[in-house]
Write a protein that binds this ligand. Sequence first.
Ligand code: HEM
Length: 263
Amino acid sequence: MSWTYQKIGHMFRNVSSVSRSTPVAAPRRPQAPSTAALPRRLYRSSVGKKAVMAVTGGILVLFLVGHMLGNLKVFLGRADFDHYAHWLRTIGEPALPHRVFLTIMEAVLTVAVILHMWSAVSLARRARQARPVRYAVRPKAQEHRYATHVMRYGGIIILLFVIWHLLDLTFGVVNPKSGGAEPYDKVVADFDPSRWYITVFYVIAVVMVGLHLKHGLWSAFQTLGWGRQRRYRGLHLFADVVAALLVIGFVAVPVMVTIGVVK
Ligand code: HEM
């Protein structure tokens, strides 16, 4: 049978190469699923989307830890802080041209943020479609709603904050100093006591980052099936401590500038 199909297919190909005015479709043999489609199929599954959320979330947390530690250099003085900012632009030199490493890092962060949000939205949509009728009141319903709000609206606030933050401290568009000013001068001018409301805004945004991280880690533990085990309490504590350290480390800079410790 398959021999006949091959023969016929071959004949059809020959005929169509002679006369293209009468196209005749050759019978197709069933094809095995292509391996190229595998990542797409995996991503379409809920497990795949959760894995994407975990990996991209991990990349963002690594960035945040590095960024927070770098920011703390402000306490070592102007020269150290500006030197650190300059070093960021020269990583990999002379093997890599100036600022290439930083540009790659920015591209990876942008893709990570987009994939993280995309997966979150499609997982939420899938959960809604799977359960069109809401649960009746459950003991954990209140807690669940709070976590959903923290992740959803908190995520939007964080995104808006990052846009503002880039316009402020990277490009200098909304900073009292111009974009070309040294990073130390931009930070000190930004959180000047007269601009206390900017500090308040940063503190709120960073607390949202901390809550988002805490709940994100908790839900990753649940996904991994560790939610009911005894070690979950330890992991819970670990998530709380990481989030708290990050919040304290980040808010220290704007607060200390506003109260005049850093000037
Ligand atoms: C609250 C205290 C923070 C301070 C004082 C601070 C300070 C800065 C400064 C000075 C820069 C410019 C670096 C440079 O041009 O060399 C920067 C860039 C940046 N910050 Fe922050 N930051 C803070 C919090 C955050 C948070 C919470 C996030 C994320 C949620 C964040 C995300 C970024 C990003 C994405 C960049 C651009 C990195 C790049 O140069 O490509 N920052 N920050």
